[in-house]
Design a protein around this ligand. Sequence first.
Ligand SMILES: [Ca+2]
Ligand SMILES: [Ca+2]
Length: 204
Amino acid sequence: MHRFFAVTQWVLASFLTLGASVTADAGDLPVAIAEVYPADALNGLVFGPNLPEPLPASQLSIFVHNSSNQPLPGFSVELIVLQSGINLCPGSVLTTEILLTTETDDDGWAYFELAGGGCIHDTNLSATIKVNGVSVANYDNVKSPDFDGASGDGRVDLSDLVDFTGGFLDGSGGLCHDYDNDGAVTLSDLIIFSPAFVAPNHCP
Ligand SMILES: [Ca+2]
Ligand SMILES: [Ca+2]
């Protein structure tokens, strides 16, 4: 498995070069455009147990700017994730939905760490990002290497490997480990799973 760790960095770096833009009507405020890395390239969010180190794919970076590509500092940024199917690491806020809030910095960037496991596959509005209360991005997929076919239990171990391998080899594991949501569990997904399994990643 270690050979795949070496190529993790360049693949995730390539994800970070990609991004999509979604515009929104923000009333009297400038129209905010959000570029979300790596979620836009993956067409979904990736959670991961955050120890010993957060997975790169679980570190969400959001660039908020106007139509002239000028950053919009001081804008509130919210991340809302349907709780059903996702198990957060201890210490995260648990309500009827997962809600994280922060504010763009002087350069227009906001950051979230997605600590947890589970799977929401192909479900409308699984996750929403709002800037100053206006929806700027929606995703139908929220996934994690910590998923054993039933749920996430806060650590990436053999039970998760079994489910991943089922999807990778013959599709029997379903698409919960299809982190880039291209319809199959392939090498690009193994590159995200492998370092989480090798570490192994776990919740506090
Ligand atoms: Ca697990
Ligand atoms: Ca895939």
